[in-house]
Design a protein around this ligand. Structure first.
Ligand SMILES: [Fe+2]
Length: 402
């Protein structure tokens, strides 16, 4: 990547990150007495005052961008903000070129609250009513076993620093620097990272369909066979991909997380949960006629049985949101763990005439590779119960359908 392109990307991405804050200038910090932008600046202000270091300052400034940086509607915590906003923000930080450490500090600011609520006397009582209510959506106070594991996190001290700054940054009329104060520090971090690893088209997403699970419930684990297949994925993905990918994203459903967990541990890689990748059903998954509704929704993208279900068209919006993010990202290679219907939505974007049986016959787990060229997508099935290779291309990336 040439120097002027690195410079342009660093400046543009710094502006984009700060732009999320400026766009949120008028938004209330849900249930609190300050605006989102004032809260962000105050958190960075306290990090600076206590010499927490530049990574903690930047993470404190950006820790809540997940509430307002995504282009698709995200599930909400009963009007108190976006579920999983911490990891949406972490992903955005990495895709814009910030340090992994900054991304982890952003991603962990909710777990830090769960830790402190369980361990620090009076912490829970001092939380604002809104923060107490969101804690319920975020998993509640940490268990004893979780606390012990958390204390050995390599960034434990800095994670707690960001959280404490977060609690403090709710002061009415406190004078602080503006986000623009951090523009050069952010651009500099992106510049440094781009010099180590340039943006490289075509980009690759290795999609992993989750292994066999006990049920369709979001918290259902893997069967014995599924767990064994997940372990086999360590070598299988290694053989197929070769060098490690830049980022692993997964559906937040247990069966998806459990599928990639052994590989991620073996590669010492972070797995970021992404709600856009969850299972979307065309009807209640307990419906005795589920297979028929699924087939019907495959051939009629606007079909769904009831108002709480999702059309294939809706899932395709999440697919395109992911693809657009990868295109705009400084990262080149991803593993994305998701579900069968999600992959069928992707397949139909590439090939509108594809048969439903192609998707139905994919094994659990299966591995597909999406190659993203500047103006074209290509999809290959690389593994479905055994090695295979079928390739489909679409010349009209970003089709008018969406
Ligand atoms: Fe916050």
């Amino acid at each position: 990547m040439q120097d002027y392109m690195i410079e342009e990307t660093a400046q543009a991405n710094a502006d984009k990150l700060l732009g999320y804050l400026y766009n949120a200038a008028s938004k209330n910090y849900i249930g609190e007495c300050v605006s989102q932008i004032a809260h962000a600046c105050q958190c960075a202000h306290f990090a600076k005052e206590l010499n927490h270091g530049i990574d903690v300052e930047i993470a404190s400034l950006l820790h809540d961008i997940g509430h307002y940086c995504n282009d698709v509607s995200e599930p909400q915590m009963a009007g108190l903000g976006v579920i999983n906003h911490e990891w949406i923000g972490a992903r955005k930080a990495l895709e814009m070129g910030l340090n992994l450490e900054v991304a982890i500090l952003i991603g962990e600011h909710v777990n830090a609250k769960r830790y402190l609520a369980a361990t620090k006397t009076g912490y829970y009582e001092r939380l604002s009513p809104a923060s107490k209510e969101t804690l319920g959506f975020q998993g509640g106070k940490m268990s004893k076993a979780e606390q012990v594991a958390y204390q050995s996190h390599a960034l434990f001290k800095k994670i707690l620093q960001v959280r404490v700054n977060d609690e403090k940054g709710k002061v009415e009329n406190l004078e602080t620097v503006t986000p623009a104060h951090y523009r050069e520090a952010i651009a500099n971090q992106i510049r440094t990272n781009l010099k180590k690893q340039a943006i490289d088209f075509p980009k690759q997403i290795y999609f992993v369909r989750h292994a066999q699970a006990n049920s369709q419930q979001p918290n259902a684990g893997l069967t014995e066979k599924g767990a064994k297949d997940a372990i086999d994925l360590i070598d299988l993905l290694d053989d197929i991909i070769g060098s490690p990918v830049d980022l692993i994203l997964s559906s937040p459903f247990m069966r998806a997380l459990k599928t990639i967990d052994p590989y991620a541990k073996a590669q010492n890689k972070l797995v970021i949960p992404d709600y856009r990748l969850r299972e979307f059903h065309p009807c209640d998954f307990r419906n005795s006629n589920y297979a028929n509704h699924e087939r019907k929704s495959f051939y009629n993208s606007s079909y769904k049985l009831d108002k709480d279900s999702h059309t294939l068209f809706k899932v395709q919006q999440f697919v395109m949101s992911l693809i657009n993010d990868v295109k705009a990202s400084v990262l080149n290679n991803y593993i994305v763990v998701t579900h069968g219907r999600w992959l069928s939505a992707l397949y139909k974007i590439i090939d509108k005439n594809i048969s439903f049986n192609v998707i139905k016959n994919l094994s659990r787990p299966a591995i597909l590779k999406l190659t993203i060229y500047q103006e074209r997508l290509a999809l290959e099935v690389l593994y479905s119960g055994g090695p295979c290779r079928t390739r489909t291309c679409d010349q009209r990336i970003m089709s008018p359908l969406l």
